[in-house]
Design a binder for this molecule. Structure first.
Ligand code: NAP
Length: 309
């Protein structure tokens, strides 16, 4: 496993994060197996959100399962996110909602503090001064150690930074070989013959690198948002061929190679995996031992359907 230090944030965290969005589907014992397998493979970082499962069911299942793992709270980094309120059909970054969401997460997870709290997707009505007040209260009460955001454009982060005094240390965004818009646009800069040249995120990756914000790549194996995985998917023959060739050479799985492709990027990103299958977790965690050369990286990128301008 590779480990990174998050600037102004938690240190020595695994480059692969275990996402818990799909955990409500598991029994308590199944969830314990996922947590323990991930930890034994070197993962010390677990990602939650208030909206994962009905009434925060992912956090509840994690809490029920954790005592069965033999692990201690301090062994792991627990991250949660707030602000997505599917039950109310709105996004909500009001002070009141941020504070009550954190209290709910702490109660469901059975812990006294979150290592990191991210604001999930932007509330279009967000008031940065209110967010700042909420963060101050959470920090003073010892309920949250570090703060960050998810799916946020650079100018929105700048707006938050005008009022929020804590460093924003993480931006969690979508990135996979199939959904690579985070890195596509600069390659096709100013090219009117392709939609790849359209800036969809205000150069979020470069912005995060310039401001020491660690990028966490969500859904690293998915097609679109929740379209299933491209691994072994017959609709992606060239990509699977390229993944398969490197996988064979590296004695690893295709999924591990797809994750290693993200970790190879010099931005030192983390990849958040979502599998609930312990065998897949073991496979993927071999990504740290996969060598992706400069040429391999481009070969995979091109095999995913891009071209050199
Ligand atoms: N910030 C945001 O807006 C946002 C949005 C979405 C997700 N997330 C975070 O990102 C995490 C990961 O998302 P995700 O679950 O979509 O990620 P993913 O790792 O891209 O996809 C996991 C899914 O792919 C399946 N899969 C099929 N073949 C696989 C293989 N060979 N290896 C591994 N998985 C395989 C898994 O099934 P099996 O379980 O059967 O292996 C699982 O259903 C979530 O848990 C959540 O923490 C964040």
């Amino acid at each position: 496993m590779k480990y990174i230090n998050i600037a102004n944030g938690p240190q020595q965290v695994s480059a692969i994060i275990q996402g818990c969005m799909r955990m409500p589907a598991l029994s308590k014992e199944g969830a314990a197996k996922v947590i323990r397998t991930a930890f034994d493979c070197g993962i010390n970082f677990f990602d939650h959100a208030t909206c994962y499962g009905e009434s925060g069911a992912a956090e509840t299942r994690f809490c029920e399962a954790f005592p069965l793992t033999g692990l201690k709270r301090e062994d792991i980094v627990i991250q949660s996110k707030c602000g997505l309120c599917f039950d109310r059909n709105e996004f909500d970054w009001t002070k009141e909602n941020i504070l009550s969401s954190v209290d709910d997460s702490l109660r469901r997870l059975g812990v006294e503090y979150l290592d990191t709290l991210l604001l999930h997707r932007p509330d279009l009505l967000f008031d940065p001064e209110e967010v700042a007040e909420a963060f101050n209260l959470l920090e003073q009460a010892g309920k949250v150690r570090f703060f960050g955001v998810s799916n946020l454009m650079p100018m929105q982060i700048e707006l938050l930074k005008k009022y929020v005094k804590q460093p924003l240390v993480i931006n969690q965004v979508q990135l996979s070989l199939e959904q690579s818009q985070l890195i596509d646009q600069p390659l096709y800069m100013n090219n009117k013959t392709t939609d790849f040249s359209i800036s969809r995120d205000g150069s979020a990756l470069d912005y995060c690198r310039l401001h020491d914000i660690t990028v966490q790549a969500w859904s690293p194996l998915q097609i679109g948002m929740f379209g299933g995985t491209f691994i072994d998917n017959p609709d992606f023959p060239e990509l699977n061929k390229a993944l398969g060739e490197i996988a064979e050479r590296e004695h690893a799985s295709k999924a591990a190679v797809a994750i290693a492709w993200i970790l190879r990027h010099p931005a030192k990103m983390q990849a958040i995996i979502g599998t609930m299958n312990p065998a897949h977790i073991k496979d993927i965690c071999a990504a740290g031992d996969v060598t992706i050369s400069h040429h391999d990286w481009y070969a995979l990128y091109l095999a995913s359907g891009k071209f050199l301008p």
